[in-house]
Design a protein around this ligand. Structure first.
Ligand SMILES: Nc1ncnc2c1ncn2[C@@H]1O[C@H](COP(=O)(O)OP(=O)(O)O)[C@@H](O)[C@H]1O
Ligand SMILES: [Mg+2]
Length: 234
């Protein structure tokens, strides 16, 4: 289980996370929603050690994570698919994906994991020698997910994986998220697309101005106009 309690984060004197608490049960998918600037990415960046917590606790599998470096957190089994994918356009698909194994030295297993990424994303197998910059947005998102999987995570943090994808590809992303969960991954999914969140997650939390404004079953979100209007502005 991933348990976040009373988390506070500031950038300089500006507090951007105010007493955030929620849990992600092992094997579940939890969605984190909220408007632009509400603090979603800051939560994921704190969970992966890119941003430091000012106070509060983050427990993963019963061990404290606050104060650990990104490398240590990745070794503990947490991995991030960052917002905007952040693939290296002038590197090949294969080299981008292998970057996710940068901290590993178990070469034989790395090879097995690379093949398992290609199993999940056959399109990447076909395009493994092509430059990542030549791929479509959906394929670049596959590269970003594949790279995160190369760290052999048990918990995957995904920051708006459906953003910027063509509408006909968004359904494929839903299938991908469900397939990852079926492979045993616990997933914390940041989304602006409520349909995607409702299709995959068991529970959802809506972040408003750095604080959790609503928590409930994800399936109910889409039928809750009051929630949508007040917290997401749509
Ligand atoms: N590196 C940073 N330095 C200062 N302020 C930041 C930084 N990153 C994000 N912020 C601010 O923190 C708030 C939350 O941002 P973010 O976590 O990116 O929100 P979201 O992902 O929900 O859009 C916003 O007001 C944003 O402008
Ligand atoms: Mg963000």
């Amino acid at each position: 289980m991933l348990a976040i309690s009373h988390l506070r984060v500031s950038y300089g004197i500006t507090e951007v996370l105010r007493d955030v608490s929620f849990e992600v049960q092992t094997g579940s998918i939890v969605a984190l929603l909220g408007g632009n600037g509400s603090g979603k990415t800051t939560i994921l960046n704190t969970l992966i050690g890119v941003v430091q917590a000012k106070s509060g606790s983050i427990q993963f599998e019963d061990a404290e994570c606050v104060g650990l470096s990104t490398n240590q957190l990745v070794k503990r089994g947490i991995s991030l698919v960052p917002q905007g994918r952040e693939v290296w356009p002038s590197m090949s698909v294969k080299d981008n994906v292998e970057l996710g194994a940068a901290t590993r030295k178990d070469w034989a297993d790395i090879k097995v994991d690379l093949e398992s990424v290609y199993d999940l994303f056959p399109k990447l197998a076909i395009r493994r020698t092509q430059l990542a910059g030549a791929l479509s947005g959906g394929e670049q998102q596959m590269v970003a997910i594949g790279r995160a999987l190369m760290a052999r995570p048990r918990c995957l943090l995904m920051d708006e994986p459906s953003a910027g994808l063509a509408p006909n590809i968004v359904g494929d992303m839903v299938d991908t998220i469900l397939a990852l969960n079926k492979r045993g991954l616990t997933i914390l999914l940041v989304e602006q697309n409520i349909g995607v969140a409702a299709a995959v997650a068991q529970s959802a939390h809506i972040l408003e101005n750095g604080a959790i404004a609503f928590s409930g079953p994800a399936a109910g979100l889409i039928d809750n106009p009051a929630v949508l209007l007040s917290y997401l502005g749509r």
